[in-house]
Design a protein around this ligand. Sequence first.
Ligand code: DSN
Length: 422
Amino acid sequence: MTRTLIPERARLDASDPEILAALEGEEARQRAGLELIPSENHAFPEVLTLLGSVFTNKYAEGYPGRRYYGGQEYTDVIETLARNRAKALFHAEHANVQPLSGSPMNQAVYLGLLEPGDTILAMDLSHGGHLTHGAPVSHMGRLFNFVRYKTDPRDGSIDFAALRQVARETKPKMVVCGYSSYPRDYDYADFKRVADEVGALTMADVSHIGGLIAADVMRNPLDAGFDVMTTTTHKSLRGPRDGLILCKEQFARRIDASVFPGLQGGPHMNQVAAAATTFKLAAQPAFRTYARQVLANAKALAAALASRQVKLITGGTDNHLIVMDTMQSFGLDGAKAQAALDRVGLTTNKQVIPDDPLPPMRPSGVRIGTPAATARGMGVDEMEEVAAIIAETLRADDDAGTEAVLAERTRMLTARFPVPGL
Ligand code: DSN
């Protein structure tokens, strides 16, 4: 059967049909399935256009007006727009839009503002922190002396009394907050108070909730006087896979020098262009409506799961993400639960829970979230069906017939909500 392809696809079909087939497979997977990983999203269609643009071709080491190579008329335009829009969106004095992604973004902050061996107080990985917040397996964990705070086992919230105690004992140079699997909000002033007591800098890595902060539906650490805030731009912000550092003016020079030439070479200007457009779109009223719905959907999904006797870490959510204890709820480790959900078209990720007795590749939980489903236009009614499919799948005992029926329910649900940009 001959296919009609747009010219770009026809060219790729001729030069690399295997990769085209994988691209089309991924498009079909995203269309038919439902993306529930809380750190993933469907980028704005404009972002996909700019990522595939000729800005990919351009080297731009340096900063606007101070580059090492010629031909920077347009790269200077996009980077200046990106910086100014980011500052306005996040109420920041300074923005650096060049970090290639989340890990180099955080590394640039530590390396720019601290000395190797300095003590940093950050959240424990299994309690919700991120690898770059000093997990022993990360290079940052070897370069700096990370000390940890955890959540309170009674209600899963941050244990600020214990945090203050560790800070007093260890005198960190920096206090880091931010999370990838903590389903609650907090008052950034509580961290700032502890940091001020011990003379530490404050950094918030808000990668997961950057879009929700941009839309003013969650608290902004910079408004609480934080020194530095970092965020990736592809999660709740729906942008490219970029990193963004926002800071007080007094740290601007050290942050810029740390990103380039300290850590990176040429910035990816196609990402910078896409980030600039993302910041513009995130400032629109429509994005605020989207962000509110992300939160409403997460609350609805959490409530619908809880009503089906699913045990949720901290009992619910204040943000876009939910961690299910699949071991306690279904007698399934997170790897088995993730695989079963994959088979019915729901994409999730296995997740360690606080002080997990099981190993990271076979942990006790699964993490889910609502940014991508909401970008497709789903609302609280659809969350009820998603919760039902999740609970029925994880109680189906791997029964192929039951899973086939549930997979069809996922397809019926997703068929009504096109993927933006596809
Ligand atoms: N990998 C991201 C997440 O899933 O939370 C964080 O880097």
